[in-house]
Design a protein around this ligand. Structure first.
Ligand code: 13P
Length: 288
C-alpha cells in the first residue's frame, strides 16, 4: 500500500535525518529503488516528473506498476509515490491515478494564483489521505527542459505557503537541478536558517540533491531538511555502467545483447548510488 510522505518526513525532521526521494524513469529504476529501500530498511519516496510519467505510458501505468511491484516484491518499508514538479493539471491527474503524494510547482504563477490553486489542491489531497508539497522560489537548473537560475526563496513567502496546510515545503536555497557548475556558490544556509525560523517544524525539501558536498547535505538536514531529491546522480551512474558494458564488447558476447543482461550493470549502479545517498541522509534502518 502506498503511503503519503507526511509521517515519514515528520519522523525524519524530528530525528534529524532525511528521506530519499529517488526519481524513477522505468521498470528497472523502480525495482532498483524498491529493492534497495527494502534491503536497507529505509522509507522511500519514488518521484515521478510529468515527463517521466508520459515516458512510462501515463500516470495510471506508473501507479499500477509501483503498487504491483510493492506487492510482488514483498516490500514492507513505507513507499510513497509522489508527483515531482507537477502542474495543476498534472497534480489532478495523479490524484485520480492513485499516487499517494503530489508536488504542486506553482512558482511560475503570480503568487495569488499560486495560493488559490494550492488551497484547492491541499483540500483535495487531504480529503483523499494524500500529502502535498509546494515550492517557493524556483529551483534552478534544467528540469524537463525548463531552465531556471539558482534562487533563494523569501522566508515570508515560505511562511505564507506553509500556513496553507501543505505537508512539506521545497524552498530555493541556491540549489539547482542537474550537475552543479564549477563556480556554484553552494547552498545558502543563511536563507535556510531564516526559512526554518519562520516555518517552525515544517519539514523542508532539498531539490537538486545530486552532487552537493556531504558536509552541506548534513548541515541542511540539521537545519530542517527532511526530504532530499536525487535524480541526476542515478542517471549518470546508470549511463556510465552501461557504457562500460558496451565498450567492453559484452553485448557482443553470447547473449549479452539481451536487455535483461545489458541493463543489469546500470541497474546495479543505480542501487549502489541510492545506498550511498541513504547512508549520507541517515535514513537506513528508519523503517524498522
Ligand atoms: P537532481 O537531478 O539534481 O538530483 O535533482 C533531482 C530533483 O530535485 C528532482 O525534483
Amino acid at each position: 500500500m502506498l503511503v503519503p510522505v507526511t509521517e515519514m518526513v515528520k519522523k525524519a525532521r524530528a530525528e534529524h535525518y532525511a528521506v530519499a526521494h529517488i526519481n524513477i524513469n522505468n521498470l528497472e529504476w523502480t525495482k532498483a529503488a524498491l529493492q534497495t529501500a527494502e534491503e536497507l530498511k529505509a522509507p522511500i519516496i519514488l518521484g515521478v516528473s510529468e515527463g517521466a510519467g508520459k515516458y512510462m505510458g501515463g500516470f495510471k501505468v506508473v501507479a499500477d506498476m509501483v503498487k504491483a511491484l510493492e506487492e510482488s516484491m514483498g516490500i514492507t518499508v513505507p513507499v510513497a509515490l509522489h508527483l515531482d514538479h507537477g502542474t495543476y493539471e498534472g497534480a489532478k491527474a495523479c490524484i485520480e491515478a492513485g499516487f499517494s503524494s503530489v508536488m504542486f510547482d506553482g512558482s511560475h504563477y503570480p503568487i495569488e494564483e499560486n495560493v488559490e490553486k494550492l488551497k484547492e489542491l491541499v483540500a483535495t489531497c487531504h480529503a483523499k489521505g494524500m500529502s502535498i508539497e509546494a515550492e517557493v522560489g524556483s529551483i534552478g537548473g534544467e528540469e524537463d527542459g525548463v531552465v531556471g537560475q539558482g534562487e533563494c526563496a523569501d522566508p515570508e513567502e515560505c511562511k505564507r505557503i506553509a500556513d496553507l496546510g501543505v505537508d512539506i515545503l521545497a524552498a530555493g536555497i541556491g540549489n539547482i537541478h542537474g550537475k552543479y557548475p564549477e563556480n556554484w556558490a553552494g547552498l545558502s544556509f543563511e536563507t535556510l536558517d531564516a526559512i526554518q525560523a519562520k516555518v517552525g517544524d515544517m519539514p523542508l525539501v532539498l531539490h537538486g540533491g545530486s552532487g552537493i558536498p556531504e558536509d552541506m547535505i548534513k548541515k541542511a538536514i540539521s537545519l530542517g531538511v527532511a526530504k532530499i531529491n536525487v535524480n541526476t546522480e542515478c542517471q549518470l551512474a546508470f549511463a556510465a555502467a552501461t557504457r562500460e558494458y558496451i565498450e567492453a564488447g559484452k553485448d557482443q558476447q553470447g547473449k549479452g545483447y539481451d536487455p535483461r543482461k545489458l541493463l543489469a550493470p546500470g541497474t546495479e549502479a543505480i542501487k549502489a548510488t541510492i545506498k550511498e545517498k541513504m547512508e549520507l541522509f541517515g535514513c537506513i534502518g528508519k523503517a524498522e
